[in-house]
Design a protein around this ligand. Structure first.
Ligand SMILES: [Zn+2]
Length: 403
């Protein structure tokens, strides 16, 4: 199959729920900011720098992956720089076809030059506003809100939730726990999570990425998470059974193909599916950190074996199985990705077309932490574009699937 033209995919209206501010800097900007503050980068030319990030993130360990952030975070320690990075983030999203985004970041990592958490959040809010205004002046339309993260291995979560609550009027819409998952339980942040719950601040937690099903249990239990950051290890709670195994005597399903395989869900997977808990799936990122189970092994009860190519990622299986799958870039710089690239890979390796792109976009709108009025407006724009494209497809002008 030939490549799906990315210009077409780029123009699709997209909703992006899992995107890190410090994972999406432009290499050109990094070089400029690094020169200003005397920070030494691993490369001094934009292309070489982008390649270095990709390579470091390809090293297949979440810990190593997180190291790359030392360089980006070092450049985001002043209000001016935070504002610029946030503004450019919005422009990047708009160029990627995103009409609604939630950008997440951890204010506690940006205080080394004397900013308070509040000042840092205000700087990002200003930058996002600048970006949205610029997109508006150019005739486009985009809304980008903030999700504030606390680091799992630190003790700042209560302050982060308090800051998030205080800055709701400036577009802070949710709370997240990021950083090393294994050994750092969501329950360790019960005080912060309880405060968020008492004030009905929506929560999404990184869970089921670097650590398995237990982490998802904690996110849903202690965290009352409405969405799961990645959540891809939900596959550990899925069992593939043949009808012969389910109905050994053949009395229940006498006419069925006894070799047919069905997926049975455990209690966690059933909750996630039936309550429509949004899965913030980030396939490119998962391939770099070995987070996703190999598609061919899902449900077989074998030892964990990671997906190493897009084709092996279980994203399409999860969508088909009825989970509220959304598609996200996670860290544009480290994964050298974008929403458009993720869509292109899905078209190429999993046969996604208009129907699937529409479904994941609807899932993202449903899971978004913005207001219901904003969701209705997003839905109207998305429906308008997709119904026009569906009409064109019927008329034989399909540009999906490389046709
Ligand atoms: Zn993430």
């Amino acid at each position: 199959m030939s490549d799906t033209p990315t210009t077409w995919l780029q123009s699709l209206p997209k909703v992006c729920l899992h995107d890190h501010l410090d994972g999406g800097l432009l290499p050109e900007t990094m070089i400029e900011l690094a020169q200003e503050i005397g920070h030494e980068l691993p490369a001094e030319e934009p292309q070489a720098l982008a390649a270095w990030f990709k390579q470091a993130a390809d090293s297949r360990s979440l810990e190593r992956y997180l190291e790359t952030f030392e360089h980006t975070v070092a450049l985001m320690q002043t209000a001016e720089n935070l504002r610029r990075v946030a503004m450019e983030h919005v422009l990047t999203l708009a160029a990627d076809g995103v009409i609604y985004g939630e950008v997440r970041w951890a204010p506690e990592l940006h205080l080394t030059q004397g900013l308070s958490m509040a000042q840092a959040v205000e700087a990002v809010a200003d930058g996002l506003m600048d970006g949205m205004e610029q997109v508006g002046q150019a005739g486009g339309r985009i809304l980008v809100n903030q999700i504030l993260c606390a680091m799992r291995h630190q003790n700042n979560s209560l302050e982060v939730v308090k800051t998030a609550l205080a800055y709701r009027p400036l577009g802070v819409v949710g709370f997240d726990l990021a950083g090393p998952e294994d050994g750092f339980s969501a329950a360790d942040h019960a005080e912060a999570l309880d405060l968020a719950a008492r004030h009905f601040l929506p929560v999404t937690l990184h869970a089921g990425e670097a650590y398995g099903l237990d982490s998802i249990r904690q996110a849903l239990g202690a965290g009352r998470a409405l969405r799961l950051g990645h959540g891809v290890r939900i596959t550990e709670d899925i069992t593939a059974r043949t009808l012969a195994e389910i109905d050994p005597t053949g009395e229940l399903l006498p006419d069925a193909d006894r070799e047919q395989t069905v997926l049975q869900l455990g209690e966690v997977a059933e909750w996630v599916k039936n309550r429509r808990t949004t899965l913030e799936t980030c396939p490119c990122s998962n391939l770099q950190t070995d987070a996703a189970e190999h598609l061919d092994r899902v449900g077989l009860g074998l030892d964990f074996e990671p997906a190493r190519s897009y084709e092996e990622h279980p994203v399409a299986l999860l969508l088909q199985a009825g989970f509220a799958v959304t598609i996200n870039p996670d860290n544009r710089l480290m994964s050298s990705t974008s929403m458009t690239r993720e869509f292109a890979e899905l078209a190429r390796y999993h046969g996604f077309g208009l129907t699937e792109f529409f479904e994941v976009t609807l899932n993202a709108i449903n899971g978004a932490f913005c207001s219901q009025d904003e969701k209705q407006a997003l839905l109207r724009s998305v429906q308008m574009v997709y119904s026009q494209l569906a009409l064109q497809e019927q008329e034989g002008e399909s540009r999906v699937s490389g046709a």
